[in-house]
Structures are given as structure tokens and as C-alpha cells.
Ligand binder design. Structure first.
Ligand code: GMH
Ligand code: CA
Ligand code: CA
Length: 160
């Protein structure tokens, strides 16, 4: 049986115990912050934290605002992310732009102008490109999507 009394091993065991303690307190802090974020103005899934601060803007302004904050304009890739964004929209009772558009090719919606979307939650009859000028996407309070012109004033929701 290996001796447990070699100095180095004891030292390492101590270090591991210390790290475990530190990890535990970090987890506690993170859990608490998640609750606070949810309480104030955030909403999250396991991977993404969505947040709004009440400001509004058109699509271009919304994108710039989120990127200045070190994030991206919200672009849901799953129904759980869609639901997290919807909770914020309901809290403010104001629709928000998503970072999804069909500017490049009419009818082909892409995330951040690059990648064809793999998830969608269109409202019935959408996208309809009303007036031939709806290349942005807004989320309604019911979580459904509508293609919309990019120049409206919408709640800004960023993802981090
Ligand atoms: C048209 C109609 C409405 C629909 C809007 C919306 C505009 O006015 O089809 O029912 O809600 O378009 O798609 O973006
Ligand atoms: Ca369009
Ligand atoms: Ca539309």
C-alpha cells in the first residue's frame, strides 16, 4: 500500500482540497448571480445569457449596441433560447429584433448574415416580405417571429 506521508503528496492533497473549496464558492457565486440576473433583466439557458437594459433601436442600432457591450444581438437557435428571449420581451411588453435576416438572398434567412437558420418559430403566414421590404426579423410577445422592415424601433436584447 502506498504511503500517504510523503511530503509532496500531502502538499498536493492540501492543494486539491483548497481548490475544491474555491471551486465550490465560485459555483455558489455564479448560481447567485444567475438568480440576480433573472430577477433584474436577464434570462438564460445553460449556455447563453440574454439581457436587455430597456433601450430600443432599429436593427442596425440594436446590433451595434450589443456588439459595443461585448455580445451579439439575440439570435435563438433552439426553442429554449427562444423562450429565454421571449421572457424578456414579455417583461418589457415590447417586440425585439433578432440577429437573423434575409438581406443577402430574399427568403433565405441567416444568423448574423452568415449561416442559414436551423431553427425558426414563424408566426402563421410569416415570413411574407410585406411590401417587398421585410428583411429583418422581430419576435412578438408570444415568442413567434415576423419578418419586418429593419428600420422600426424595437427593444434591444443582447446575448452573451
Ligand atoms: C400583412 C398581413 C398581416 C401581417 C403583416 C406582417 C408585417 O400586413 O399579412 O397579417 O401581420 O403583414 O407580416 O410584417
Ligand atoms: Ca425579405
Ligand atoms: Ca412580415
Amino acid at each position: 500500500k502506498a504511503e500517504c506521508c510523503i511530503t509532496e503528496v500531502k502538499h498536493l492533497q492540501n492543494q486539491i482540497r483548497n481548490l475544491q473549496g474555491q471551486l465550490k464558492s465560485l459555483q455558489d457565486i455564479i448560481n447567485k448571480k444567475h438568480k440576480v440576473e433573472d430577477f433584474i433583466n436577464g434570462s438564460q439557458t445553460n449556455e447563453k445569457l440574454f439581457a436587455a437594459n430597456g433601450s430600443a433601436g432599429d436593427y442596425k442600432t440594436s446590433k451595434a449596441t450589443c456588439s459595443q457591450a461585448g455580445g451579439h444581438l439575440a439570435s435563438p437557435r433552439t426553442s429554449s433560447e427562444n423562450g429565454a428571449i421571449q421572457r424578456i420581451i414579455q417583461r418589457y411588453n415590447k417586440a425585439a429584433y433578432l440577429d437573423i435576416n434575409d438581406m443577402q438572398t430574399e427568403g433565405i434567412f441567416k444568423y448574423q448574415s452568415v449561416e442559414v437558420i436551423g431553427y425558426a418559430n414563424w408566426a402563421p403566414g410569416e415570413p411574407n416580405d410585406t411590401g417587398g421590404e421585410e428583411d429583418c426579423v422581430e419576435m412578438y410577445t408570444d415568442g413567434r417571429w415576423n419578418d419586418r422592415s429593419c428600420g422600426e424601433e424595437r427593444l434591444i436584447i443582447c446575448e452573451f
